[in-house]
Design a protein around this ligand. Structure first.
Ligand SMILES: *Cc1c(COP(=O)(O)O)cnc(C)c1O
Length: 393
């Protein structure tokens, strides 16, 4: 089938982009095979989950790593390991995945949704301060799109107020803030290996921390309340089976060596598109990193359109040009079932900011410099079309 752009013209691109996840490499095939043949398929029996947890943690500046089922439950376990539960408030950002609120609800606590700063889309100290109550126990920072949140001011405020700092790093494998890898800059951090993430085993999650007691407790909660090295049928507390399998670790271990190169490819894309925008042909911008960013891992590239742009029309026209983009998250507090369980006061001001964003997803970013040229051409064509203006006089 021949694709047609919005006026029946030839599209800028044929619509094929790099596959995600990429084809497994030799190291992954060999390790998955080894795990399969060993018969040790569970992390209770085989070495791979612990090996991966240790290496991933070390690469993220943490002394402890705990592999588990997924990023959503990693947030839940991190909260519970720190003793957050009924009667506690947890501050979460307004612009993030729904799991940031549901994990808090699952822990029995109340999510308090704080506005993100409109320029960088991150929580900052001022926003957290405005959302504090006398029940505030923790703040969940999200390194959105691979961009590290401003950790120094957040850690400083948290230290003054006695808050736990939990870093949701599901989108930020390998990102650094002031040269420190994200995840363990605060008290405890979580990662996801779900199929859309920068490292994936289809599903999976991991907790990192430098706190011995948090690590011990998190491991126990993921292992039916056992003590590490203790009796199989000894259970110190109520816990769950949230273990990762050895097959997942076999896919993830070799990925640690590939990650830096893949981040560079996405960075090339980001820089090439930034240059094309600065060249003046494209009425849009890329959301900027806050002060302190030393490596954005470029999980997503978030574009900001001009206020008069008809975002839905632009997304349809880009799709027709072979450059599919996403509208991204709504304000977390605008999801009715979240609003039912959270304290939130969405402001039209922030809605207006969020309604001007477009996401370029990771598979497209993996096309590097050449893909960026294609995307720039499509953006220039679509955004200069008069129909892209919603309030055109
Ligand atoms: C993907 C994601 C999660 C949840 O991870 P799962 O492994 O899918 O449960 C949580 N937070 C953010 C910001 C994410 O992007």
């Amino acid at each position: 089938m021949t694709r047609l752009a919005i006026d029946g013209a030839t599209p800028v691109h044929d619509g094929s982009w790099p596959a995600w996840p990429p084809a497994p490499d030799e190291a992954q095939r060999a390790l998955v095979h080894q795990a399969m043949e060993s018969g040790a398929w569970s992390s209770s029996a085989g070495p791979l989950c612990d090996l991966f947890a240790g290496r991933f943690a070390a690469a993220h500046g943490a002394s402890h790593g705990i592999t588990m089922t997924n990023g959503t439950l990693a947030l839940f376990v991190a909260l519970r390991a720190a003793g957050v539960g009924p009667g506690d408030d947890v501050i979460v950002p307004a612009y993030t995945f729904v799991a940031c609120a549901t994990s808090v609800v699952l822990a029995g606590a109340t999510p308090v949704i704080a506005d993100v700063d409109p320029e960088h889309l991150h929580l900052n100290a001022a926003a957290i301060e405005r959302s504090l109550t006398d029940r505030s126990r923790a703040v969940m920072v999200v390194h959105l799109a691979g961009s590290p949140a401003p950790m120094q001011e957040i850690n400083d405020l948290a230290a003054r107020r006695g808050l736990l700092v939990l870093e949701d790093s599901a989108q930020a494998h390998g990102a650094t803030y002031r040269d420190a890898p994200v995840g363990a800059i605060g008290d405890i951090g979580t990662f996801s290996f779900q199929s859309s993430k920068a490292m994936t085993a289809g599903e999976g999650g991991l907790i990192v921390t430098n706190d011995d007691e948090l690590a011990r407790h998190a491991w126990s909660l993921c292992n039916v309340g056992r003590r590490r090295g203790g009796a199989w049928y000894g259970h110190d507390e109520i816990g769950w089976n949230l273990r990762m399998t050895e097959f997942q670790a076999a896919l993830l271990l070799p990925w640690l060596d590939r990650l830096p190169g893949e981040i560079r490819v996405r960075e090339d894309f980001a820089q090439a598109l930034t240059a094309a925008i600065a060249g003046g042909a494209i009425p849009a911008s890329i959301v900027a990193d806050p002060e302190g960013t030393t490596r954005n891992s470029r999980h997503l590239l978030i574009l900001r359109l001009t206020p008069d742009t008809d975002r839905e029309w632009v997304a349809r026209a880009l799709e027709a040009e072979g450059v599919p983009v996403d509208l991204g998250y709504p304000h977390l507090g605008r999801i009715p079932v979240v609003a039912e369980h959270a304290r939130t006061s969405p402001t039209p001001d922030l809605d207006l900011v969020l309604e001007r964003l477009l996401w370029i997803r990771q598979p497209m970013l993996m096309s590097g410099r050449s893909g960026a040229a294609t995307v720039a051409e499509a953006l220039a064509r679509v955004l200069r079309d008069p129909r892209a203006r919603s309030q055109a006089a």
